[in-house]
Design a protein around this ligand. Structure first.
Ligand code: DLL
Length: 449
């Protein structure tokens, strides 16, 4: 079901016209209302009336996370604080959150794009959604909550955490749709398995999963474990929250961007020059219709590519490739660029390993080293009958030695660099307790990290 066929199936020429009208209006709006933008544009010698077509966009400077930090908390808002009806934020790894605000109209827009995203992933009016995304400063919980209500669904606002309780609610209420992070979907799937609940006995049919990178092997595990067809949903607080783009349940190949509201570009990560369709670079978004915080050319740091190939779902909205990582999670191991999700894909090819893993980065002299910690399956663990998967235990058992060697070899062949592999007992590595799960444990000295 398409939530807004008029806009989601608009011809690409008409869409471009709409984007251009909205772009020239929003550029004037930010110039008049946001002091730091006016200074920026003046310094770059750009007058708002010069920005009329999408090609003119490249004359505008990028906005970065540091700009939000420099004007913390409300300095980039385009409206008086009294007109802001809600604040959200994303907690960085350190220090103060990135703060974003919404007017009443922005909240309506947020609900609308989340309703569209839910329709994309297979949800329909009348269905029930179990929402295990966190409610709070994080945009995930409230964003999808309002989206589901707007679509006409029944929402269970479970929020993250308290896994036992989530299982009970899912078993008793029998929802059709699950919204959470992919790592938490895996936690739920395993918890059901441990309690002997079979996937066919779980009522869920569709899942909207996002807020962190995940691989297709992880998707296969989630779909099998929960008996769902899961789709990838993407977004970020600075642009709106979830609801920036989503896969369609028909194809699950690329995420349709709600580009009538959020204009995407993919640019070269070093030069900032726009890249052609299909080329991978940094995603940049311009908010065309927001009131409180319409950021211009926001540099997400997320790596992706764009494609305007037609899609069998009937939507004409451009698709972005799944984000497998951000420029800042990229590890450089002896000159090779590596994202955690690449290792996740490789682990998925070894049947004796479960999808739980962690990467430990350390520095030995001048070289960065990565240790891959990967959990073995319950079946293998029981079969070898050891208590601890110490290096000695692995050396002494040929099956464990082979599994370790197999993963090490695949990593070298597929990714192109060697990593130390250690095997871990089932349940020993960190699990998502409701939110995003960091995959990298960085032990390098602070200034390097
Ligand atoms: O994570 C919004 C969201 C909530 C999206 C729920 C989807 C579902 P932030 O906390 O501001 O907002 O984090 C945004 O998370 O720049 C990406 O690096 C990452 N991210 C979000 N969705 C995906 C995804 C929410 N589907 C940052 N795949 C973004 C990969 C994702 N990374």
């Amino acid at each position: 079901m398409i939530h807004d066929p008029g806009l989601e199936r608009l011809g690409r020429e008409s869409l471009r016209e709409l984007q251009e009208q909205r772009l020239s209006a929003i550029v004037r709006y930010v110039y008049e209302r946001i002091g730091p933008y006016r200074e920026r544009f003046d310094a770059a010698g750009v007058r708002p009336d010069q920005i009329r077509s999408l090609d003119d966009l490249r004359r505008l400077p990028f906005t970065r996370k540091s700009d939000l930090r420099d004007h913390y908390p409300f300095g980039l808002f385009a409206v008086p604080r009294e007109e802001v009806v809600r604040i959200h934020g994303s907690s960085g790894t350190t220090g103060k959150p990135t703060v974003v605000g919404y007017t009443r109209a922005d909240i309506e827009l947020f609900a609308e794009v989340c309703a569209r995203s839910l329709a994309l992933i297979g949800a329909e009016p009348g269905m029930m959604m179990h929402n295990a995304l966190g409610y709070g400063l994080f945009t995930g919980g409230l964003g999808f909550h309002y989206g589901a209500e707007r679509l006409g669904m029944t929402v269970v606002p479970a929020s993250g955490g308290m896994t036992e309780r989530q299982l009970l609610l899912i078993q008793d209420f029998r929802p059709d749709v699950l919204a959470c992070t992919p790592s938490y979907a895996l936690t739920l799937a395993q918890a059901f398995k441990q309690r002997g609940v079979a996937p066919e006995d779980i009522s869920l049919r569709f899942a909207a999963l996002g807020a962190e990178p995940w691989s297709n092997t992880m998707r296969a595990e989630i779909d099998r474990g929960l008996g769902v067809r899961s789709c990838n949903v993407y977004g970020l607080s600075e642009v709106i929250g979830p609801g920036v783009s989503s896969e369609c349940v028909e194809e699950r190949s690329g995420l349709h961007v709600h580009e009538d509201h959020f204009l995407p570009e993919v640019v070269d990560r070093d030069s900032g020059e726009p890249l052609a369709e299909g080329e991978v670079g940094v995603l940049v978004f311009t908010a065309l219709t927001k009131q409180a915080l319409p950021l211009m050319r926001y540099w997400t740091g997320d790596l992706s590519s764009l494609s305007s190939e037609p899609c069998s779902c009937g939507r004409t909205l451009i698709r972005m490739g799944a984000v497998r990582g951000r420029t800042d999670d990229m590890l450089i191991i002896r000159g090779v660029n590596v994202f955690p999700t690449q290792v996740e894909e490789v682990i998925g090819r070894v049947p004796e390993l479960s999808p739980h893993y962690q990467l430990v980065v350390s520095r030995d002299g001048t070289m960065d080293e990565v240790e891959v910690r990967s959990e073995v399956t319950e079946e293998l663990f029981r079969a070898v009958g050891v208590e601890l998967l110490s290096d000695e235990a692995i050396e002494a058992d040929h099956t464990l030695r082979d599994v370790r060697g197999h993963l090490g070899g695949l990593i070298k062949d597929t990714i192109g660099c060697s990593m130390k592999v250690s095997l871990a007992a089932p349940g020993s590595l960190p699990r998502s307790e409701g939110g995003k799960l960091p995959r990298v444990l960085d032990k390098r000295p602070r200034e390097r990290a």
